[in-house]
Design a protein around this ligand. Sequence first.
Ligand code: SAH
Length: 395
Amino acid sequence: MTSRPLLRLKPREGRRARAGAPWMFSNEIEMSNVAKALPPGSLVSVAGDDGRPYGTGYFNLKSLISVRLFDGAQDDEIDVAFFAKRLKRALALREALYAEPYYRLVHAEGDGLPGLSIDRLGNTSVVQVTTAGMEALLEPMLEALDAAIAPANVILRADTPARALEGLPSYVRAAKGETPSRVGVLENGTRYFADPASGQKTGWYYDQRDNRAFMASLAKGKSVLDAYCYTGGFAIAAAGAGASEVSALDSSAPALALAEEAAAANGVERICNFVKADVFEDLERLAGAGEKFDIVIADPPPFVKARKDLEPGAKAYRKLARLAAGVTAPGGFLCLCSCSHNMPMERFVNECAIGIIRTDRRATLIRQAGAGPDHPVHPMLPETAYLKTLVFALD
Ligand code: SAH
């Protein structure tokens, strides 16, 4: 058995941790001198005030979530063999779900690996580490990743804003191979391109896979507007499914260039029109011109980045719903999304409903969905299910 610093929960604190959640907040931990002296990211064992062991995790005094446990790891060494075991389990789930190597391979706590996400884009793996604890374990993790799937390229996207809160530097580099600026992605039978080194997130948003397929299933013979199209995820799926025309808007020229290439690779470039624009401005312009689309999709960046932004963010979602409903044709479908962690599902439904009703339209909610199954959620952390994708049918 390994000897690590032992942290204790305060008496009567840590109700969720006692019930099995892998997080402990700073106010729930007995901040002994030993704890206060630990460098950020130190491995620790945690016990209750009664001595009951809770497992192994890592600790950061500076973080509100001070302990993140490797759920189910009691006395394990956190070494190559440990990561190999976790990656094997993560890989088995994805191989049960998908025939091709295009998916999120590791989704943090959902895969028992807090602070770590890995997207697999064919033979390129993109790794995101968000905590000091996981950063300290990069070496054994990368060794286990190489043994598990032997990617040609492993790119470390260590440039997420969350890292600053952990006192970590921002960088992007290849841990193995190269950092290609364009890789192919295959999803639901559609070919796309992603820029894993400087695109959004890991270059691709696998979380919307099932929602793209759903919207595409409605698209045959229909006109489609994809607002915040990024590299064409929804737009090209709809075009490939037989949409009559697809207009797509984004503010990022490099993302639009990849979308155009993808449209050509799927033979739907004549149906698609990618335009660099600000979505709010363009929706007002389209409404002013009386334009309508049978299907409208709006998948914006997070409007609620921190809890304090909830009210202004909620207003922005409401306004987007109103403007998007305004360009949705009678009998059309409107897909509204939020990837804000701090926006609860119920509130999001409510804001969207109010926005739509302001256009004097009757709407029904026909689908409430989230990220696909390669984004598993720890059952004691339901709030980590951040993506909300709603589909409304409008009269
Ligand atoms: N729907 C996409 C993901 C969208 S991510 C998919 O399926 O992959 C959000 C996108 O919003 C990014 O591509 C970003 O460039 C774009 N964006 C951010 N602010 C914008 C604005 N004001 N107007 C238009 N696009 C914007």
